[in-house]
Design a protein around this ligand. Structure first.
Ligand SMILES: [Zn+2]
Length: 203
C-alpha cells in the first residue's frame, strides 16, 4: 500500500553538471531529447520504481497495469506554473495513467502556498514525499480496499484521483487477493467480507 518516499535519487556527476546548465524558466526543459536527458529520466524512473515498490504514488495500484507508468510533476512544470521545480526530486513521482489522466490530476495545480524553496511550499493533496498516508487515509474495517478520508488533504486527493471509484477499489481487491495467494495465506473473514463488498460494486 502507499508509503512515504524517503531516499534521494543518486545522479551521476555528468547528470548533475548537465542539470546545472539547463534553463528551467522555459518550462520545456523536461522535453529536451538528448542522451543526457534520457539517462536522467531513466535514473529517476529506476529510483522511483524501487522507492514506491512498483505502486502508483497516488492510488497505490500496481504500475504498468492498464497503461505505462509516467513520471509526474506534483507541482506542474509548465512555463507559467512551477518550471523551477522541474527536476526537484521531491516534486517527482511515478503514477499510473488513471491518476495522471486529464480528468484526474492532469495539469491540476495542488500548490496552495508558493515558496522558492520546494520544502516550504504547501499542497492541497496528500503529498507522497511529505505526508504519511496512514495519517490521512483510513480503510473500511482495517482492510485496504475501501478508502476513507481522515483529513482535508485526503478528501481532496480522493476527489481529484477518484480514489474511491469502482475501478481502483476493484484493483485493490485484486491486489489483496494475489498478495495473499502468493504468501499462501487465506483471507481473514473481514477481508473476505470487504472483498465481496468491493466485487459487488462492479457493473
Ligand atoms: Zn494511480
Amino acid at each position: 500500500m502507499l508509503n512515504l518516499i524517503g531516499k534521494h535519487i543518486k545522479f551521476s556527476k555528468a547528470n548533475k553538471t548537465y542539470l546545472k546548465g539547463i534553463n528551467l524558466s522555459t518550462g520545456k526543459s523536461w522535453d529536451i531529447a538528448t542522451e543526457h536527458m534520457k539517462s536522467i529520466k531513466k535514473r529517476i524512473n529506476t529510483h522511483l520504481v524501487i522507492e514506491q515498490r512498483d505502486l502508483c504514488a497516488y492510488c497505490s495500484c500496481r504500475l504498468n497495469v492498464g497503461g505505462r507508468a509516467e513520471i509526474e510533476h506534483i507541482a506542474p512544470k509548465g512555463k507559467t506554473l512551477y518550471p523551477e521545480f522541474t527536476f526537484n526530486e521531491r516534486n517527482l513521482i511515478l503514477v499510473c495513467q488513471h491518476c495522471n489522466s486529464s480528468t484526474k490530476k492532469g495539469r491540476m495545480d495542488p500548490v496552495t502556498k508558493r515558496s522558492k524553496y520546494y520544502g516550504c511550499c504547501e499542497f492541497s493533496i496528500v503529498h507522497p514525499h511529505f505526508d504519511d498516508p496512514d495519517e490521512h487515509y483510513q480503510w473500511a474495517n482495517g482492510v485496504k480496499i475501501c478508502i476513507i478520508s481522515k483529513s482535508a488533504k485526503a478528501t481532496k486527493s480522493i476527489k481529484v484521483f477518484k480514489l474511491d471509484c469502482v475501478y481502483l477499489t476493484e484493483q485493490r481487491a485484486k491486489d489483496l487477493q494475489s498478495e495473499k495467494w502468493k504468501q499462501k495465506i487465506p483471507l481473514s473473514p473481514l477481508e473476505e467480507a470487504e472483498l465481496d463488498k468491493a466485487l459487488q460494486l462492479l457493473p
